[in-house]
Design a protein around this ligand. Structure first.
Ligand SMILES: [Zn+2]
Length: 253
């Protein structure tokens, strides 16, 4: 006997398998085929979940309720973990495909909490990024990190420090920045005289840092990037250590 059930696309495999146990228990009750039944479980997560008698999961509680109802009326029901072979897996996959096309009625449409959480997190991340894109703050940082999504990708390897932060924030010891606060009399580079001493001058053209820039440029080319490197690529995981070394020299006190 084959029974087909359809779930919404939001349901997790865990939910679907629990739901099928409920349906199996209902079938045992309604058909009354045998008083002694073994339900085979191929998913060890389900077997473990069913051992937790204090579970707050709605579907697991339904299973317990139905299970004890049946036990009280004289059924003997055992759960057994089994390994399924490829042939069986193939058959069930084909059967599942058939079921998906057989009707449109959805039997189970519970949305797992993990899906709800992910939807809320994704939405909040989008709001955060919209704020980042539309804000007129952090203009220098935006040239290094174009979106909050990019920044999240960097979190495994990017540890801001005293030197890198001076570069990517624009708050640094360049004469242009110091001159804004009247700490220096002029914003002009002491080495290149006619050029304004700012972050971009130090990164791309200042004669004072030519040797360090050549080392950085060689590293950039070794990693198959081109020089001059676009600002947004300096924090790439292949380049960031070399850029950090460059910044250590350029922004040291
Ligand atoms: Zn200079």
């Amino acid at each position: 006997m084959v029974k087909k059930h359809k779930t919404s696309k939001y349901c997790s495999v865990f939910q679907i398998e629990l739901y099928l146990i409920i349906k199996a228990l209902e079938l045992i009750e309604s058909k009354n085929i045998s008083r002694r039944i073994t339900i085979c479980l191929s998913n060890t997560c389900i077997a473990e979940a069913l051992k937790k008698t204090n579970s707050t999961n709605y579907l697991i509680n339904q299973i317990f309720e139905k299970y004890y109802d049946l036990i009280e009326t004289g059924f003997q029901i055992d759960f057994k973990s089994i390994d399924i072979n490829n042939e069986f897996l193939k058959q069930t996959e084909e059967s599942a495909k058939e079921s998906a096309l057989s009707h449109n009625r959805i039997d189970l449409d519970l949305i797992p909490i993990s899906y709800v959480k992910k939807t809320i997190i994704d939405r909040n991340l989008q709001i955060w990024d919209n704020r980042w894109q539309t804000s007129d703050k952090g203009r220098t940082t935006k040239q290094f990190i174009e979106s909050t999504f990019e920044r999240r990708k960097m979190k495994k390897y990017f540890q801001p420090n005293y030197y890198l932060t001076q570069a990517i924030s624009g708050h640094n010891n360049t004469r242009e920045y110091l001159n804004r606060f009247y700490i220096t009399d002029t914003n002009v580079c002491l080495t290149c005289s006619s050029k304004v001493d700012n972050l971009w001058h130090r990164m791309y053209e200042c004669n004072k840092f030519e040797e360090q820039r050549t080392i950085l440029e060689e590293e950039v080319k070794r990693e198959s990037f081109v020089w001059p490197l676009p600002t947004k690529v300096f924090l790439n995981f292949k380049i960031i250590n070399s850029f950090n070394n460059f910044c250590k020299y350029v922004f040291k006190n």
